[in-house]
Design a protein. Sequence first.
Length: 96
Amino acid sequence: MQKNIVKLGLLSRLWRDLKLLLPLFRDYWKGRYRDVSGKSLIVLALTLAYIISPIDLIPDYILGFGQIDDAVILGLALNFLEKDLMKYREWKDRKR
């Protein structure tokens, strides 16, 4: 039971961070928010390039399995971006 709760917490955190990523990107692009580290920008760009690229560790045409490597890369990237996402969330909350 405890493991299921931990898994749900992790999934909800990843979903929350994923939903925050698009507004962060939009605000950065429009110049409203610039407090993002260069490393985070590079990780984000490489992650998006990997997900969009047809060249994967597990080919995407293998239904069910082909998206696993994309999901793992995205999860690792969100974990790396956690500090910048928290700073952005705080900035966004102060703006309200």
